[in-house]
Every structure is written in C-alpha cells, then in structure tokens.
Design a protein around this ligand. Sequence first.
Ligand code: IMP
Length: 422
Amino acid sequence: MSIKVIVGTQWGDEGKGKIVDLLSAEADIVARYNGGPNAGHTVVIDGQEIVLHLVPCGVLREGVVCVIGNGVVVDPLLLRHEVVMLGSLGVKVEGRLWVSERAHLILPCHVRYEQVKEHTNAGAIGTTLRGIGPAYADKMERQGLRVGEAREPAQLRAKLERLEGQKNRLLQALFGAAAVPPAAVDAYLAAVAPVVPMIADTTVLLHRALAQGKRILAEGAQGTLLDIDHGTYPYVTSSSCVSGGASTGLGVPPTAIAEVIGVTKAYTTRVGNGPLPTEFVGEEGQRLRDLGREYGATTGRPRRCGWLDLMAVRYAVRVNGVSELAVTKLDVLDSLEQIEVCTAYEIDGERTLEFPADVTALGRVKPVYVALPGWQTPLGQVRRFQDLPHNTRRYLEFMEEQTGAAVGIVSVGPGREQTIFR
Ligand code: IMP
C-alpha cells in the first residue's frame, strides 16, 4: 500500500507546499483531497517563488500525474488562471492533470454570497472570500453542481442559472445586496469549457494506480485546527483537512494509507479570526512576522504569530495518526536567545493536556510554557541532522518527546536544497 498523506498539524501555512514538492520527486501521482483555491502552496525553485492554489504541487515535477480529488471544490476561473500561469513557466498540464468528476464547483453566487455575509456579519470567520463555505454547504444540501456536469453545457447553464437566482433572492432578502450580474455567469461558463478535457473518474485512476503499485502522495490543504470537525469550530474551513479526509476526498480506502507526514512550523501562525492561545501581543509578533515573511499566500493578510503550541501539535498527531513530523521554517528562529514552547493549557485554573473542543474554553486558555535556549546560529547552510547546533537538536527532541512523533524532515530555508532528511 503506497499512499503517503501530507497533512498540516496547526492552523495551515505550515509549509506543506515545499514538503509536497520535495516528496513528489519520489511519487508517481500527487492528489489534492480537500479545500479549494483558499489554499496557497508555495514552492521555491532556483530562487523563483511559485504559488499554487488548486493544482497539486507535484505538477512542478516532470512526469508526475496530478489529481484534483472529489473532496476539493473547484473554481474554474481560478483553475484557468493557474493553468495559464504554469504554461508561462513552461509547465504543461495537458494529459497529466485530472479533475474528479465528483468534485464540486464553486459558483459566482458562492463567492458573492460569502463576500456579502462576511462583510455584514458580526460573527465573521475571516475567510479567504473564495466561496469555499457556500460551495460545500450546497454540496451537503445536495444541490451543488459537480465538475462532471460541465460535460453538458446546456444543462449546466440551466442549473447554474437556477441556483444563481435562488442565491440572489437570498442575498436580497437577508442583506439587501445586489445580485450577481448575468455577465458574470457567462464569463464563468466560458471558463468551465477548458476544464472538460481534464475531467476524469479520478477514483478509478487512483485504484488502478494502487493496483499497479504506484506511489501516491495525498496533498492536504489548510491544517488540523482548521478542519470542519476537529478544528476550532466555527473558526475553521469547510472541509476535512485531516488525514482521514484523504480517504473520503479521493475515494481510496484508509487501509491504503501507509504513512502520514505531519507538517509542523517551528512556531505558530493563524490567518483569520478565532482563538490562538500562544499569540504574541505587540512587537514580538511583528518581529517574527517579518523574519518568517508571514503574510498570506492567497490573500496577502498578515498572519497572527505565536510560540510553538505543542498542545495543538500533540492533538494533531493523534487525530491524524502522524507517523513522522516535517518541521519547517526552523531557521526563522535563528536569532532568538530564548524560545518558549507551550506544553499544557490552564483553563479556569485547571491544568489540562487535552485540546478543548469548545472554542470559548480555548479563548480562556492560559498557555503553560517551557523556555528552551536558542541556538543563535544561521541554519540555512546545514544539510545533515548531526551538523545542527546542540540547542536546535534539543528543540526538535523536545517536540518529539511532547508529541510522541519522530522528526524525519527539517526545513532550514525556502529552497529545495535547504532540507535535512534524517
Ligand atoms: P475559508 O477556507 O476561506 O472558508 O476560510 C476559513 C478559515 O480558514 C479562515 O480563518 C481562513 O483564514 C483559513 N484558511 C483557509 N485556507 C487557508 C490556508 O490555506 N492557510 C491558512 N489559513 C487558511
């Protein structure tokens, strides 16, 4: 069984793009299983930064077949944009990028509805405004449009116009907002047409690949704490980000998953609203934000920053069955004299080691910190685990002790070569 799942163990932005890119050198297929263009997976090749939102990062490796699975929601306008961007870099997707016919479409009304709701509503989630939540809501309400329906343009137009009409009436009634202009629907349908040659029953494709012993990398988007069930609800995304989502989001059996790589940033960040127990207040946050260039790859928003929260990572290791941690952006901590790490929470005066399900309890958390000495040495040129400074190894070993998962990969810079395999 040869599926390796790449999952985020925090609130997204852990650096999954780089890890997927590296591991796809030894993969036959890379398949995205959740989320949509809310993701921003960054890969740096020879100093050039490439950000992918929908297309799996494996596309940057010649010969790797890429799949956008049934668990993903697809915006054809953004997919077209990404395919054109890749073409300009000399990366061809024809015949090697397949989109599941079961994946759902993000429609113009989904984007519009979310934008109006987020701007009007006091309980805003702080979403990426890409229509993710409304698209998944229509899927669950069993009225969504699936990618496969693009094969019948006349029927697609009729269904699309009906749903757009319904959402426009809702927009008007609930928020007094203007409708999506009909021209947007025409532009949308024009973007759907080029997707048609990419449509496939990707479940069959993956089953065949498994039978042939091919190596499949399942690329997760966002992170465990943003998962619709296991994250900090309601401040989450609308899909199954956890490793189990790879099974439902690709149509492959859980027993086919051999390994789960938990990508963990050496500190914590979050974009959007919701509690973040170890968040810095004041200058410290800005310092780390600048050192780590912590600005959203999709929206450009400044990310909220804080110390490494091992309560969150420990929880994620359990929920996902992480077999190995890939620790990223360790070099961002190079200059610090002392590094704090959260190992427990205190909630209403009681100490706990269990991550709370209730978001209001999470909001009342007082983190319990352990201070570790910094290494104050640049790590960017280190290529072997044994060459890491003593205090860096201590930091990584502390993560292992606290989470129960071994560190197998360490990233010390954005470049492909700035990686240590243990
Ligand atoms: P949505 O996925 O656009 O609905 O946004 C829901 C929440 O997930 C917001 O807090 C977003 O900032 C966050 N989010 C969505 N995608 C990502 C991502 O790729 N990285 C980090 N946060 C994300």
